[in-house]
Design a protein around this ligand. Structure first.
Ligand SMILES: Cc1cc2nc3c(=O)[nH]c(=O)nc-3n(C[C@H](O)[C@H](O)[C@H](O)COP(=O)(O)OP(=O)(O)OC[C@H]3O[C@@H](n4cnc5c(N)ncnc54)[C@H](O)[C@@H]3O)c2cc1C
Ligand code: FES
Length: 291
């Protein structure tokens, strides 16, 4: 990386509390898969905490477990009374410790940070959302927005791939979305069970079914990088312009405000310039294996 491409944040316009986690209390915990490997917390600010602006779909918060560590987690929903929902897969030291916390526990929260999905730019157009695994969580607020303001969008197609039927998150909501006549939900799993009657295979096969207007569609993709790369290629094959495709990137983070460079991909800081990027900005990074 050439030093001149490094562009750490130099302004001093950060909100005062951007680096100071504020206490938020877990009001409810909802296991999202049978194994409890994925769980959703609904958090409310403690008395005296002035919550920041409401997160927009695609943004994330830094959640801090006192004495353990801090992780970026996307907002998966906002409740009517201002609760913020985060849905987490337990993969390592911090997220596994999160699994042990129950209602009433207090954690640190700073945010919201990052760029949002282009929901407003998608008004009047078809919407294709492609999610792999836990990637459905950051896209869920877009689905909520599209369903609440259904008339603002054309066709809404959601393609969701999970490892196995038991790994599918938001199962109740998936059933409710599937039951709607104005919403095209397509689900596939890598490994079927005897009871599974749906699709088996990669999520890109769901994109290849089409059902959206290639000249007037915005696509939003979230999941493992290899899946996003293949999904973007499928969308392009279907005729979407690369600039109408958006991806959400994951990188380890420290500051989350563009100071430390920990989350850097090329000249982009995922915390400040992303996590949601137009695909052409990330396409060169996708071409480099193991970046
Ligand atoms: C902008 C952004 C939004 C995110 N949103 C969410 C979200 O909504 N829900 C969520 O569950 N996670 C989300 N993540 C990922 C989450 O931040 C990481 O899983 C978390 O930081 C891991 O921390 P840890 O201490 O538990 O694991 P570590 O101890 O740091 O890692 C343990 C092991 O898990 C592996 N690992 C780390 N992250 C992942 C991962 N994402 N998937 C698979 N393996 C991993 C590591 O390579 C390592 O081998 C997001 C990340 C970013 C950057
Ligand atoms: S620059 Fe510090 S995490 Fe992005």
């Amino acid at each position: 990386m050439a030093p001149e491409t490094l562009q750490p944040r130099t302004d001093s316009a950060l909100p005062e509390q951007a680096m100071a986690p504020q206490p938020w209390r877990i009001r409810s915990v909802r296991p999202d898969v049978a194994s409890n490997e994925v769980f959703s917390w609904t958090l409310y600010p403690e008395p005296g905490v002035e919550p920041g602006p409401l997160p927009t779909p695609g943004q994330f918060n830094m959640l801090y477990l006192f004495g353990v560590g801090e992780v970026p987690i996307s907002v998966s929903a906002i409740t009517a009374d201002g609760g913020i929902v985060h849905t987490t897969r337990a993969v390592g030291s911090v997220t596994r410790t999160m699994q042990d916390l129950g209602p009433g526990a207090v954690v640190g929260l700073r945010g919201p940070f990052g760029t949002a999905w282009p929901v407003e730019q998608a008004r009047g157009r078809d919407l294709v959302l492609v999610a792999g695994g836990i990637g459905l969580a950051p896209l869920r607020p877009v689905i909520h927005a599209a369903l609440e303001r259904r008339a603002d969008f054309g066709r809404v197609v959601v393609c969701y791939g999970a490892r196995a039927p038991g790994d599918m998150i938001f199962r109740d909501e998936l059933d409710a979305w599937a039951a709607r006549g104005d919403f095209d939900l397509r689900v596939t799993v890598d490994r079927a069970t005897a009871a599974w009657r749906g699709d088996v295979g990669v999520v890109t096969q769901l994109i290849d079914r089409g059902g959206f207007d290639r000249r007037n569609t915005v696509a939003m993709v979230c999941g493992p990088e290899v899946m996003m790369r293949f999904a973007a290629a499928s969308l392009e094959r279907r005729g979407l312009k690369p600039e109408d495709i958006y991806v959400s990137m994951e990188r380890n983070m420290r500051c989350a405000v563009g100071f430390c460079g920990h989350c850097q991909i090329g000249s982009q800081f995922v915390c400040r310039d992303g996590p949601v990027f137009p695909y052409p900005v990330m396409e060169p990074a996708f071409r480099i294996r193991e970046l």
